[in-house]
Unconditional design. Sequence first.
Length: 339
Amino acid sequence: MLSYFLRRFALIIPTFLGITVLIFAITRFVPGGPVERMISKMQAQSEGGAAIGGHSNALSKGQIAELNAFYGLDKPVTTAYIDWLTKLVHLDLGESTRYYQPVSTMIAERLPVSLFYGGMTFFISYFISIPLGYWKAMKHGSLFDSASSVMIFIGFALPGYVVGVLLITFFSYQLEWFPMGSFVSDDYDDITSSYLQIKDIMWHAVLPLICYLIGDFAMLTMTMKNNLMENLSSDYIRTAIAKGLPFKTAVRKHALRNSLIPVASHFGNSLLFFMTGSFLIEVIFNIDGIGLLGYESIMERDYPVVMGIVAINAVLLMLGNILSDICVALVDPRVKFGA
């Protein structure tokens, strides 16, 4: 098993290079880079100035060449990528072309927000969906199972950002029970009590967490239920019951553990929730997390920030896949990687 995981860790390097090369090439060949964005803004300003009798602010070819050299856009793609990769090895993600701040600093400032929502989504999803899926399988066909299935399928069919718009419209705008968005209130720094600060954070987090949970929660619940029902109809469960083992004991000691295998395979991929979340949900609720940062960076062609977020997400995704394999090996004793 050790040799298997060593090979998996060794594959991280070529996979990471492939992902970053592809994204880096896209950022170079897609039209509308940071220089073009700056020129378009200056042209808009110059047109507005001309309309009121001002002066033109158009850039000359020499100034455009200097800007390309300043942003490193005058280099070939391979040279620029090697320079970026060299900085990355030294844990330098570069500097934002929009805010002129280190990318690592910008990500670190927004990381606590993403960690909060990612952690809450992760724990609530698993701690509720597994018991709920268990009880749905045990009460299959009952009123509880049917009613919960209807709610789950509705939640699974609706995207999180659509639910977010509905929640804001009804609970924030009409009823005014919850705030319209943001992570904390404007007067959060003036709150002296820790209890009131936590209450303020949770008050703002109720609606966004519902949007984060609704899709992943529905999938995990139905996965747990369907796999448990499949195991309950297996021969080894019927054999165990025929030998005198109580039904609940057979379910708890045998069927439940085997039903957790598909859920465990999804465990590692949840690492991305701790980092990115959903940029659409963060845009709707104006949550200043990494998802919103990535969205704004793409719209503003802030490519160093885009590449920094992509690099971190790529590493987390590959580590999450390895973690999923470890979880499957722990849950399923039949799995012997590398045997």
